[in-house]
Design a binder for this molecule. Structure first.
Ligand code: HEM
Ligand code: HEM
Length: 147
């Protein structure tokens, strides 16, 4: 099952799973912010930590995506061989960029907001769901091509 010669193919999933750890902690804090702002619940929002962990997760996912594409091409001489995993992976790209840019903007120009934070939080939550789907499709890629 575990082919030694294929160890490099585990670099991409390892980076993405590390990104998931940071991303889900970011989402947890973001959910508290959502409840505090839109549902008037009493929750503290660790602003700086949310921004830091959010940046780390998005950098990891972006870098990991590049590593996945690189190794897929190096291994099978072809892009998009992984089907659904590739399609969802590419759909994730704009979500990564928009979540980052909206978050960056709100961090740069701090003020009371109603809508931009909703767009940011909604896209961030969607991102976290799709990334989880990638764990499932990623395991399918392993069982089809590697194991
Ligand atoms: C995994 C990535 C991320 C997720 C899932 C996420 C999720 C969220 C959620 C759900 C909220 C609450 C939105 C609301 O109150 O309606 C939020 C708020 C916020 N996020 Fe993120 N975020 C992510 C990354 C980032 C990044 C990279 C930055 C900055 C560069 C950032 C900056 C902010 C700021 C400043 C707020 C507070 C906005 C406000 O209430 O005025 N986030 N985020
Ligand atoms: C943020 C989450 C992820 C994204 C955006 C992503 C995206 C991608 C992309 C775009 C490729 C290139 C596919 C192609 O050209 O056909 C790829 C390859 C691959 N992905 Fe992912 N992926 C993610 C998470 C995962 C996870 C969690 C696993 C494993 C459980 C995984 C397993 C694989 C495998 C085995 C490959 C083949 C190349 C390699 O192993 O380096 N991916 N991924």
């Amino acid at each position: 099952m575990f082919q030694e010669a294929k160890l490099h193919l585990y670099i991409h999933p390892a980076i993405q799973v590390l990104g998931i750890v940071f991303g889900y902690i970011t989402l947890f804090w973001g959910a508290k912010r959502f409840l505090a702002v839109h549902r008037k619940k009493k929750f503290l929002f660790p602003w700086k930590s949310h921004v830091l962990y959010g940046k780390i997760s998005i950098y990891l996912w972006l870098f990991g995506l590049g590593v996945g594409v690189y190794f897929t091409h190096a291994e099978w001489n072809y892009f998009s061989v992984t089907g659904e995993h590739y399609t969802i992976g590419i759909a994730i790209l704009p979500l990564l960029l928009i979540t980052f840019l909206t978050g960056y903007w709100m961090d740069l120009f701090k003020k009371k907001r109603q809508y931009l934070c909703l767009v940011h939080g909604g896209l961030g939550a969607m991102l976290c769901i799709l990334v989880f789907v990638q764990v499932v499709t990623g395991v399918q890629v392993f069982s089809l091509f590697v194991w």
